[in-house]
Structures are given as C-alpha cells and as structure tokens.
Design a protein around this ligand. Structure first.
Ligand code: F6R
Length: 608
C-alpha cells in the first residue's frame, strides 16, 4: 500500500524523507514523490518507478532545500502509475500540497463540484480532489480547512499537508488509514508505518481516527474534528525492523489475513450508494446487462477458486449461466464464446501469463472482457475492456488471502447488480444482501480473533500426510481454496472433493486418523453433507467441520466444529475461508516452513 513520510525540524528534509520512504519500500509501490518547503516556495519532484529514480533526480534529496516536507510512495488506485499521478498533489497556486494514503470514495462527486467552481485537475487521482478541496475551504486557518474537508470526504485517508502560509507547520490527519508521529532530534516525523521512524524514535503517537496533528520543529498539538485540543500519550515500540515491516505480525501472510476486513470494506464501500449497487467501471447499460447470455470466468489458482464460488453465486442470484475455466485450459481449447458472452478474468497481479493469454483469446472472439484485478495499470488491467479493481492493496505473501477475499466481494457485487437489473431479485432482497455485505468485515474480524483455537487444533496435525477437504455447492469452492492454502505453504498433500464424489474413488484413501475438513454452510445440503461425514468417519477419519452458527446437528458427525456467523447462503465463503486460511497458516508455522515464500512458488506467474 502507499507509504507516507513527513518531516519538520532543523535538518534538510529531503534526505530524511527519501530515507524514510526507502524503509517503506517493502510495501510495494509504483511511483514516488516528495515536496519540500524552503520558506519561500514548495519544491516538488515525482517519478514513476523505483525510489532510486527520485533519489537520482534530486541527488539524494540535496537539490531540494528546506527543513519541512512530505513524501510518498504510491500504489496506484485511481489512475495509472505515472509521474503526474504520483503524490504529492498541489492546489492550483501551489500553495497547498498533500500526500494521501487511502481511498476517497466520493471523489467523483467532489471532483464534479469543484470543476463546476472552476477547479482544473491535472491527474486522475482522488488525492488531487483533497488539494483543491482544501484550497476551497482554506481562509487562513489550516485546522479549520482540514476539519471542513473531513466533513466532506467519505472513505479512508491518512494525509500529510503543507500550507505555504504556514512555513513552520506540518499537518497530518487520518481516518481508517494508519499514521504515526514521533520526535526526532530537533524535529518531528510522521509516517504511515513504524519502520520509517525507528531510526529516530521508539516512542510514537498513534493518530486515531479523525484526529489531526499540527507539528512544528519543537511541538506537536493534537485536535479532534471539532478543533478541540486533545491529550495523547506515546506508545513504546520494541519491535525490530523485521517485525515492524510486518506491522508486528510474525509473517506477511498473517498481517494480510488481518487486513481482510479492510480489504473487503474498501472493495464494496465505493460501490454501494445508499441502497444501490453502483459499479461505474462496469461500463454496461442496463440493456447490455440484460442481453448477457452467458458469463465465462477464467483465472488461475486461488483466483480460479473465487471464480468457482462466483459460478454458484451468479447462477443462483442472477440466473445467468456461468462457466468457469482454468486460464491454462481455456486458452488452448478454442472456447465457444461470442459477443453475447461476458468474459470475466480474475487476477491479483494482473500479470499472470495464462490469464492474459485467455483475455486476448476472448477479445479476438469478440467477447467483452471484464477484468477483476488488484494491481492498477497491470497488463490485464490495461488490456481488458473494463476493469473492476479489488482494493486489497499490495499483497506480499505468496499465498493470497486478502486479494482472494476482495475478489469474492467484487464478484458478489456483480451478481447483485446483474440480479437486480435483470429483475431476478427485488429491492428488498437486494437491500438484505447489502446489509449482509456490510456485516462481513466485523464477522471476518471476529473469526480472525479466534485464531488461538485454530492454532491449537493445527498443532495436532503437523505430521499429517494427507488432508481432504469436502463440500457441496459453494462449500466445494471453499474446499478448493482451503486445500490450496494448506498444501502450498505446508507441503502436506491435500485434495478438495465435491463431497458426493468421494464414494466414486477417493474414499478408498481414507484410513484411521486421516483428517477430513468438511465445509457445510448450505442449509439445504446439511443432511447430505452429514451423511458424507459419517461415511468417512466410520472409515476412521477425524472430521473437522466448518459450519454455520446454530447447526448443532453437525456435532454428531464431527470431531471438532468451527462455527461461522450467520450470513446469506451466497456470502458464506467469505467467512468459512478464514478458519481454513488460519489452519493452513498455523500448520505451516508449526512445521517450520517458509510461510511467506513457499518453495517453488512465485507471487506473479508471468511465464506459462
Ligand atoms: C495461491 C495463489 C495463486 C494465485 C494464482 C493466480 O495462494 O496466490 O494460486 O491465485 O497464481 O495469480 P493472480 O491472481 O495474480 O493471477
């Protein structure tokens, strides 16, 4: 995700900013920039690509004089990675400058209003809206202007702001995007993450939601959104640099699992307006949505598993036939698709070679291609006819968690939109789904907080040789992903089966003590699943069940039960996958595997 560093003090700011940004490089970024105020004017340099480019451009910061400044590494969200879209962003007079982490959900509405008032935009970013909005409200009092824009902006933000009128002040504010502040010798430093400040201090102030801080070289004053001063006390950080990069978590994978509630909320929030689903980037009229005869979903690995879930969700909710295929198969089978087929490709990296080839194949055959992609400006994002971004932020662990979870959300949104437009569901049903969607972040958080119980259970199976995951319908899709999570990071052989298929061969592999993870979240299939569980249990299997709260009946067929909170039948994957991710993770940790970088695997598979 993007990184912020800001400095005010007695030393030259630019080298400190570059050094701080370097400490945040591990988070991933596509461009970087700094703005430094020398008391007369605010100088700015930005560059697409590595921080090295920016450093060379400024001779390690030396060519930008001034002792107050802000810096940023950008992970593109709104607008391609480019020099222009890189932060910081100015108002027109170049008297206010801003760096921003997060997403301003209502930026289009704000942009239109500002344009109507004569503001001109040079970038495609949501951040530029903030600079102009500050300009609009600024009447000489920075604090007042900041609180005003806080009332207007929806979404998440951590901001570093300089005002030319206030050469001895640096401002910062946050909502739902982290920001910390610490003292340096003779100054103050702000950063989005701990690693950037560790060199200077281990006592930091965590800025809480809707808190503002005004810094000078010697002072830090905190305010709430009503402009009232507040008292804060520092927290002592004793993490080493390695732990700090992971936000205190032991592995990136665990950190990213914990980022799922935010990734989920960030993916649905900008697309829910009141009681409506608005997917502007879909770029399809209602008539075009109604004309879709078939949806074909193509992807690899976990993204394919998200597609398998979507088949059940879209077919069930919107009654459109959905075919799902592995990109590596699709590209060579001369698929039967045409203009009436909507092709959806799903990819975290946006660079997966097979998925990209499948996209090209489909375009050649005349299908419209919608990309569900996490990396803005990636090859798939560029080549697809339209892109629906998942706002998971950069994923570092090879095994996907938060990107997969946000892919599911994007697919639910599409299903809901299509179902409503095609008249398959009414307003009331749609509103019910929207309410369920809004509950998911808290429900996921609750499941994550149950991690100790899963760790205990996982520790009993560190020596397992084979593990089977079974489910029916959507639960089969969850099983596929649960099984992949386990095998790819723990190297334990594991298979997922549609539970009804077991007796057609696989059941012969079950022996005394074999672990079978059974997923049952579909009420109408409980009985069938319980029969399958009894079948394996009578052959000696130890059965772990993941099921909905209240399904007590399952206890007669399972040895260990994990309950997930109630949601509708289509969204259960988002909850059931959490204990399975944790299970795979703790088995991998317990076996001493390299959790974040499993052997033989790459994060982005750009070759066939
Ligand atoms: C598994 C995993 C992979 C990817 C697959 C597709 O945890 O991450 O299976 O899902 O390689 O990658 P993307 O989504 O980048 O196309």
């Amino acid at each position: 995700m993007c990184g912020i560093v800001g400095y005010i003090g007695k030393q030259q700011a630019a080298p400190i900013l570059l050094d701080g940004l370097e400490k945040l490089e591990y988070r991933g970024y596509d461009s970087a920039g700094i703005a430094v105020y020398d008391g007369e004017q605010i100088g700015m340099k930005k560059a697409k690509g590595r921080l090295k480019v920016l450093s060379e451009l400024t001779h390690g910061g030396e060519t930008l004089p001034g002792t107050i400044g802000i810096g940023h590494t950008r992970w593109a969200t709104h607008g391609e990675p480019s020099d222009v879209n890189a932060h910081p962003h100015f108002n027109k007079e170049q008297s206010i400058v801003v760096v921003h982490n997060g997403i301003i959900e209502n930026y289009l509405k704000l942009k239109k209003k500002l344009q109507a008032k004569g503001y001109e935009f040079v970038s495609d970013t949501d951040t530029e809206v903030i600079a102009h909005l500050l300009d609009y409200y600024y009447k000489g009092n920075p604090l007042q202007a900041i609180t005003k824009i806080m009332h207007r902006m929806e979404g998440s933000y951590a901001l570093g702001i300089l005002f030319q009128d206030h050469p001895d002040q640096l401002y910062a504010v946050r909502k739902d995007s982290p920001l910390i502040i610490g003292h340096t010798e003779g100054g103050c430093i702000i950063a989005s993450d701990v690693p950037a400040v560790l060199k200077y201090t281990r006592d930091v102030y965590f800025i809480e939601n809707e808190e503002i801080v005004c810094m000078t070289a010697d002072t830090m004053e905190f305010y709430n959104v009503d402009e009232e001063p507040i008292e804060k006390s520092p927290t002592h950080i004793d993490w080493d640099v390695d732990a700090a990069e992971k936000g205190g978590y032991e592995h990136f994978m665990l950190k990213e699992m914990y980022e799922q509630p935010k990734a989920i909320a960030d993916t649905f929030s900008p697309r829910i307006r009141g009681q409506e689903i608005v997917i502007e980037e879909l770029d399809m009229s209602e008539e075009e949505i109604r004309a879709v005869k078939k949806i074909m979903i193509v992807a690899c690995g976990s993204a394919y598993h998200a597609g398998v879930t979507a088949k059940y969700v879209i077919e069930g909710m919107a009654r459109i036939p959905v075919e799902v295929d592995l990109a590596s198969e699709f590209r060579y089978r001369d698929p039967l698709i045409d203009r009436d087929t909507l092709l959806i490709v799903i990819s975290q990296s946006g660079e997966t070679a097979d998925t990209l080839a499948a996209l090209r194949e489909a375009k050649e055959k005349g299908s419209k291609v919608l990309g569900i992609v996490n990396v803005v400006g990636s090859s798939i994002a560029r080549e697809a006819d339209t892109v629906m971004y998942t706002w998971a932020g950069p994923e570092i662990a090879v095994a996907t968690t938060k990107a997969y979870s946000s892919q599911l959300i994007a697919l639910y949104l599409l299903a809901m939109k299509f179902a409503e437009v095609r008249g398959v569901i009414g307003k009331e049903e749609l509103h019910g789904y929207i309410e369920d969607l809004k509950k998911l972040p808290d429900q996921v958080e609750m499941l994550l907080n149950n991690k100790n119980r899963i760790q205990k259970f996982a520790n009993r199976y560190l020596a397992a040789k084979d593990v089977f995951f079974i489910g029916r319908g959507i639960d089969y899709a969850i099983s596929l992903e649960g099984s992949l999570k386990l095998k790819e990071i723990s190297y334990i052989h594991s298979e997922a089966y549609a539970a009804g298929e077991l007796k057609h061969g696989t059941i012969s592999l079950i022996e005394e003590g074999t672990l079978v993870a059974a997923v049952l979240t579909q009420e109408d299939l409980y009985k069938k699943m319980i029969s399958n569980m009894v079948e394996v249990r009578t052959r000696g299997a130890f059965v772990l069940a993941v099921t909905n709260e209240g399904n007590r009946e399952v206890e007669r067929a399972a040895d260990y039960v994990i309950y997930i909170p109630q949601t509708n039948r289509y969204f259960t994957n988002s909850l059931a996958i959490i204990p399975l991710q944790l299970f795979g993770y703790y088995i991998s940790v317990g076996r001493g595997c390299d959790v974040d970088k499993p052997r033989n695997l790459a994060k982005s598979v750009t070759v066939e």
